[in-house]
Every structure is written in structure tokens, then in C-alpha cells.
Design a protein around this ligand. Structure first.
Ligand code: PLP
Length: 437
């Protein structure tokens, strides 16, 4: 064997995810003419606010490379936005802009010292990123019956076990609202996590990419409110402005010496990898963060519509006898088919991966298995995304968004029912699954 194209050890630390397998299978089934209900697709898919579209048309000629950490008007607008909307004490000189929050999260894990506490379940990319950076993933167990809360006791237990096995827990990644559970941390829980982290010198990376999409049941509270000196907040345009393909994310770092050192390391790393986020996108994105009635009405409508659809799917699930925590933000529902474990076992289904395959092959319902999010393989939990359940027509989507103006109850699932035929079809297909077992 020659040394040609031999892979480095880091390349063996990540495997192609189960999410890709399911997605490819959906495409293949659709190509065969099968009518798949796609609950596996987690992408904010509402039309772009017209002001952003117009701003991008104007900035098309910004062809020069930009400053590594982002253009100042955008960094300033983001800092002011975080002060205004999240009551944080952010300043422009601690904001780093990058091509999405995902590479910023990876860069932060690369640059911060130590191993990483990651709640189980949590977003698919945290664990692979930690492994790619050559660190240990330290899972923090959560309990579905307790809405997947992250408690100081669970954190301490995970940290103790990790230290006993030679690891060095120094970073905690949290995500509220959560992908995959749709859950949100209550203020008291955020305060308790922050206190735990401060007491042990653990840095919190708070992934707040879904913060604006809180459904209005639980207020979003950032860990940076309680632990500003040790919390880094990441977010971006992908979810609240339905613009994942724009690839615009940011990280807000703590003030003081430590924040300055980390920012300078981040600038160095970014300068060697992505140089800067795309300039036309940065210029256009600035208007998303400036005080603007059109933008805030757009984001409120999106949050309500995501909340309405997720809430209705949750209620359908509960009616069918499927265990499910009530979603409070984002566009995901995380049901547990445990009540049907014995019946599913008769069909050879004993793990979440087998369940996801079974639903796809037998009932044409695409979902993602909980195991892809670091959940126990035998837990029969699935992540269902409701963002693919809207009519493809832009006009229909605008109309649905506008109709959320009539919502008065804080819980959008309780609002007058909007016409969502694909959601009804999904609920009916799930009812067929249950009755066929
Ligand atoms: N964090 C979570 C929890 C996500 O679900 C996603 C996108 O799926 C991201 C981060 C990445 O967002 P971005 O588009 O800013 O890279």
C-alpha cells in the first residue's frame, strides 16, 4: 500500500451521519414516485423578508475581501440587538461574524481548552465537532419526563465520571430552544447551570440560534445574563430570518481580558480558514439587526407559525398515546414511542434507527432517529421537524404568516386552526402507524 490519499486520524473520528442516510432514502423513494411525508427536514423555509432581499440586491457589488471578524456596522448592529432583545451587555468589539454559526462553534471548541460537556440528546453536529477537534465528548444525561432539563446534579455527575476516566471537562454547550427536543430552559435552570459552571471554571457556549423562535410559552433567557464573564453566545440568520443559505452567524464573547484573548485567537483562526463572511451578505444582514418594525413583525409571525404547527403535531401525538414533551420553541417535536415498544418489537423494531427506517419504508414518513442526536440507541425517540409541512407556494406561506396576527393566546397551538393540509396528512399517517401495530 502506498501513502497516497491515506487519511489522517481526525478523518476517522467522524462518520457520515444517519441523518444523511434518511435524507438520501427520501430522495430515492420520491424518485420512485412514493409520496413521502417529510418530517426529517429541519430548515426554516419561509420566504425572505423583502427588505433583506432588496438590501442584498444593492450589496451585490461588494466584491472585496472584508475584515476577518466582520464589518463594523454589522458587529455594532448585532451588539445593539443583543442588548435590546436579550438584555445582554454585548459590545461590537467582542462580536465575531462568520459564515454561519456552525464554523464559529467549531472554531470555539478548537480554541478553548478542555473536553466538552454535551447534553444528550442535542444537535447532531456538536459531538462530531468536538471529536474533530481531538477532544472528548462528555454526555450529560437528561430525562424526557423532566423535559430534558440540564440540572447541576446531572452536570456534576457527568463531570465526575469524566474526570475519573482521565478527561478534563472545561466547556459546556447548551442550546435553548433545543434541536431536537423543542424544549426551552426555565430561567431558574439557566441560573443554576450558570452558577454550576462558574463554580467549576467551565466555559458555557450557549447556542441561541432558535432564541427568536420561542413560541411565547417560556421566555428565552441567556446564560450570559447570569455568567457574562464565562459565556459565549452564538446565533445567526438561519432560523429566525429563514436564511440558512446566506451563511451568516455570529459569536458574542465576554468583555474583559479573557474575551479579548479569545477574540484575537478566533480572528487568527478565521483568517487562516474562511477569511471573512461573504461581504454582500454581511452588508445586507446589517438591516436584520437594526431596530425595524418590518423585521420584528416578520420574526414574530414566523415564531407564531412554527409554534402553531409544532403545537398541533404535539397534540396529535398525545391524542395517539405517544409520549411527547410539549415543544416551547423552534420547529421540532421529539416524541417517544416507548408505549408501543412491545408491539414494535414484534415488527423487529427495537431502536430509534430501526423505527425511523420502519416509518419510512412502511408508512412513507421520514423522521430522524434520536440516536443521531446522541440519545440512547434503544430509546424509541424521533425528531420530527414541522418546517417542511408548508405549501411550497410563497403566496400561501405569506398568507399563513399574516394570519398569525390574529393569535391572541400565548400558546400558538391554542389559536384558531390554520389550513395546513400537509400537517393533517402527517397526523393521519401517524394515526395509521399506531392503529396498524
Ligand atoms: N445550532 C443548531 C442547534 C442548529 O440546529 C443549527 C442548524 O441546523 C445550527 C446551530 C447551525 O446554524 P448556522 O446555519 O448558523 O450554521
Amino acid at each position: 500500500m502506498t501513502g497516497l490519499l491515506r487519511l489522517a486520524p481526525a478523518a476517522h473520528r467522524v462518520a457520515t451521519s444517519a441523518t444523511l442516510e434518511i435524507n438520501e432514502r427520501v430522495l430515492a423513494l420520491r424518485a420512485e414516485g412514493r409520496d413521502v411525508i417529510h418530517l426529517g427536514f429541519g430548515e426554516a423555509s419561509f420566504p425572505l423578508p423583502p427588505a433583506l432581499r432588496d438590501a442584498l440586491a444593492k450589496s451585490a457589488t461588494a466584491t472585496a475581501y472584508g475584515p476577518v471578524l466582520g464589518i463594523l456596522p454589522l458587529r455594532q448592529a448585532i451588539a445593539d440587538y443583543l442588548v435590546r432583545e436579550r438584555a445582554l451587555s454585548a459590545t461590537a468589539d467582542r462580536i465575531a461574524v462568520g459564515p454561519g454559526s456552525k464554523p464559529l462553534l467549531y472554531a470555539l471548541v478548537q480554541l478553548l481548552d478542555g473536553d466538552v460537556l454535551v447534553p444528550a440528546p442535542s444537535w447532531v453536529s456538536y459531538a462530531p465537532q468536538v471529536k474533530l477537534a481531538g477532544r472528548h465528548v462528555i454526555p450529560v444525561p437528561t430525562d424526557e419526563r423532566d423535559h430534558h432539563r440540564v440540572t447541576p446534579a446531572a452536570l456534576q455527575g457527568a463531570a465526575d465520571r469524566a474526570i475519573a476516566s482521565g478527561a478534563n471537562p472545561r466547556i459546556l454547550i447548551i442550546n435553548s430552544p433545543s434541536n431536537p427536543t423543542g424544549g426551552m430552559f426555565a430561567e431558574g435552570d439557566v441560573a443554576a447551570m450558570a452558577e454550576w459552571a462558574r463554580g467549576r471554571g467551565v466555559t458555557i457556549v450557549s447556542d441561541e440560534i432558535y432564541a427568536e423562535l420561542a413560541h411565547g410559552i417560556v421566555p428565552h433567557v441567556s446564560a450570559a445574563r447570569f455568567y457574562p464573564e464565562g459565556t459565549i453566545v452564538t446565533a445567526g440568520l438561519s432560523k429566525s430570518f429563514s436564511a440558512g443559505g446566506w451563511r451568516l452567524g455570529y459569536a458574542a464573547l465576554p468583555s474583559g481580558e479573557g474575551g479579548a484573548r479569545l477574540l484575537s485567537a478566533l480572528r487568527a483562526l478565521a483568517s487562516e480558514i474562511w477569511s471573512s463572511a461573504a461581504m454582500p451578505i454581511q452588508e445586507a444582514a446589517t438591516s436584520a439587526f437594526l431596530p425595524n418594525a418590518e423585521m420584528s413583525s416578520y420574526v414574530t409571525r414566523c415564531a407564531r407559525l412554527h409554534g402553531h404547527t409544532a403545537g398541533r403535531l404535539f397534540e396529535a401525538m398525545v391524542r395517539l398515546g405517544i409520549d411527547c414533551p410539549r415543544p416551547a420553541g423552534g420547529f421540532y417535536v421529539y416524541p417517544d414511542f416507548a408505549p408501543f415498544r412491545a408491539k414494535l418489537a414484534h415488527r423487529g423494531v427495537r431502536t430509534s434507527l430501526e423505527l425511523a427506517r420502519y416509518l419510512l419504508e412502511t408508512h412513507q414518513i421520514a423522521t430522524l432517529p434520536g440516536v443521531a442526536f446522541g440519545d440512547e440507541p434503544e430509546a424509541l425517540r424521533l425528531r420530527l421537524a414541522v418546517s417542511g409541512l408548508y405549501d411550497p407556494s410563497e403566496n400561501v406561506r405569506w398568507d399563513l404568516l399574516a394570519r398569525t396576527d390574529s393569535f391572541t393566546a400565548p400558546d400558538p397551538a391554542r389559536a384558531p386552526s390554520l389550513p395546513l393540509p400537509e400537517l393533517d396528512r402527517a397526523a393521519e399517517a401517524l394515526a395509521n402507524v399506531v392503529s396498524s401495530l
